[in-house]
Write a protein of this length. Structure first.
Length: 135
């Protein structure tokens, strides 16, 4: 991991990223317990991982690398629509509000950008994978 990404990730964790990721983990565990929510639990764990270390990583479609599965096809699209209606829009709204709060200061702009990336992922998470940018 490049030094700048490492420093930004440490600052991210200190200024709230750790608690955000813990929230995603808790929500994912609750979804997994219901059994019906297992596809969303997997997506929630991916977002939790991304919430711990958003700098130096990106969310990409799994089928981009030939890893097509149930979540990248029509069932994944249906799951994403259900996710969007039940949870995605308000989670994205929360990330957008946090992004505006961080963007007020120049120092907070990288954190605002990370919240915007998380907001986009919160809208349509099924069928995505978190990969390092510095491959």
């Amino acid at each position: 991991m490049p030094p700048v990404s490492f420093l930004l990730n440490v600052l991210w964790i200190v200024f709230g990223g750790f608690f955000m990721a813990l929230g995603w983990i808790a929500a994912s565990i609750i979804m997994a317990i219901t059994l019906v929510g297992i596809p969303w639990a997997r997506a929630g764990f991916n977002i939790a991982l991304y919430s711990f270390l958003p700098f130096g990583h990106e969310a990409v479609p799994r089928d981009r690398y030939g890893r097509g599965d149930l979540g990248t096809g029509p069932f994944g699209a249906i799951g994403n629509v259900i996710w969007f209606l039940l949870a995605g829009w308000w989670l994205a709204l929360g990330h957008l509000i946090a992004a505006v709060g961080f963007a007020v200061t120049i120092i907070g702009i990288p954190f605002a950008w990370a919240h915007l990336k998380l907001a986009g992922l919160a809208l349509w998470p099924i069928g995505r994978e978190i990969v390092p940018v510095y491959r």
